[in-house]
Design a protein around this ligand. Sequence first.
Ligand SMILES: Nc1ncnc2c1ncn2[C@@H]1O[C@H](COP(=O)(O)OP(=O)(O)OP(=O)(O)O)[C@@H](O)[C@H]1O
Ligand SMILES: [Mg+2]
Length: 125
Amino acid sequence: MPKVFVDKEAISRALFNLLDNAFKYSEGSLNAYLRVWSDGENIFLEVKDEGIGISKQDQAKIFEKFYRSGDVHHTSVKGSGIGLTLVTHIIKAHEGDVLLESELGKGTKVTIRLPVKRKKDKRGG
Ligand SMILES: Nc1ncnc2c1ncn2[C@@H]1O[C@H](COP(=O)(O)OP(=O)(O)OP(=O)(O)O)[C@@H](O)[C@H]1O
Ligand SMILES: [Mg+2]
């Protein structure tokens, strides 16, 4: 695994947000998986759940500030709709990106890509 220089606190917070979502938006199944790997140029952090999933319409909106799905399950789940916005900001600041894959009723997978070498920060690598 190549070394990558990051804001440890910020990346921890991003990861916490994804794991928090994985557990919050699962009914019955409480399985969540964290996978970390590298292709040499990037580090990938993947959080996968087998929860309620996200509809195609909602997938386009959930990265917006304060957006929460109208799903009934959410009435009992607390949140302010800021988690994913924060995750995106943190990862963009590291010149990475966030990929969402989800299917309603099946589960959700969020993959963070962090480049090992950054343009703005020559310490990378
Ligand atoms: N793993 C997931 N499974 C299903 N729905 C999800 C998942 N992650 C996010 N969502 C949907 O996206 C919305 C936005 O998520 P986000 O993390 O930004 O906010 P939140 O969890 O509602 O509140 P906060 O994170 O601020 O406590 C959620 O309200 C939910 O509708
Ligand atoms: Mg959240």
